[in-house]
Design a protein around this ligand. Structure first.
Ligand SMILES: [Zn+2]
Length: 274
């Protein structure tokens, strides 16, 4: 049996698969239980699990969690701890690296970027069929590219990240800084006449997509994540305005579209291997 987990800033989601069939789904809140504690609970319940694949919303290297801007960590050395305690094989990878693996399989292409806007702003890149990882598995951290100085503090500790503008957590921080009483969504902000936060989100989101296309020149750029799903207009918005934000050659024959997968990070977690 395979256990796939999507560990995000808000939710922990799990699927149990046996011989290609989904046998169970589980969910918990990231604020209520740590990832390691939750996996231990699941492995005590499902004793036939042989492999655990984790899509993690943070930075990981060789089975060790380095940091997570939007989530508390209850165990850094998660691979060793769980493997030794339960005799399973555990793989853990950055969530966008997992998502882009699943998207590359879905689209059947060798050059693809997955740009997700949810709690954070994340990017995964497959170039020539391989995930771009960098020396310490922290390449393509789009959300933490310096963009514009603000009075707000990013989960990484700095005050100028792209994620402070183009993400769900960024929108929430901007609302809090203005003492507004409003749901942290683009729609609610439009309803309350707070167009400046919406405009700064859109501008930063365009910059994020433009930087991605210019740097990586993909065949396909997939947009996903909770903020994209909740605001379908953003796909059309990008298609209409991207010319001003990306190098013309990088736009040649590129497909820009929303994810067709229900949960690419979870599906990617199932594809992890040595
Ligand atoms: Zn940051």
């Amino acid at each position: 049996m395979n256990l796939a987990i999507d560990a995000g800033g808000t939710h922990l989601r799990a699927e149990l698969w046996q011989e290609g069939m989904l046998v169970a789904q589980k969910e918990a809140k990231s604020s209520e239980i740590g990832l390691c504690a939750w996996i231990e609970k699941l492995l005590l319940e499902y004793k036939k699990v042989a492999t655990v694949g984790i899509s993690y919303a943070g930075q990981v290297e060789d089975g060790i969690i380095h940091s997570s801007p939007n989530m508390k960590v209850d165990c850094y050395n998660i691979k060793e701890v769980i493997e030794q305690k339960f005799g399973v094989k555990l793989y853990i990878q950055n969530d966008l690296n997992c998502a882009v693996l699943a998207e590359a399989k879905e689209f059947g292409v060798q050059n693809i970027c997955a740009l997700y806007v949810g709690t954070g702003l994340g990017l995964g890149v497959v170039d020539g069929g391989r995930v771009i990882r960098g020396a310490h598995n922290v390449a393509t951290e789009l959300g933490h590219i310096p963009y514009k100085k603000t009075a707000l503090t990013c989960g990484c500790g700095r005050n100028n990240c792209l994620e402070l503008f183009a993400s769900g957590s960024g929108i929430a921080k901007q609302i809090a800084s203005k003492n507004l009483i409003c749901d942290p969504t683009l729609e609610a902000l439009k309803d309350t006449g707070e167009d400046s936060i919406v405009a700064s989100f859109e501008e930063a989101f365009l910059a994020a997509v433009g930087v991605t296309l210019t740097l990586f020149n993909p065949q396909v750029l997939v947009l996903g994540g909770g903020v994209i799903e909740a605001n379908p207009y953003l796909e059309e918005f990008i298609l209409k305005n991207i010319k001003k934000y990306a190098l013309p050659n990088s736009l040649q024959n590129v497909t820009i579209c929303k994810s067709r997968l229900k949960s690419a990070p979870l599906m990617g977690a199932l594809l992890l291997k040595d």
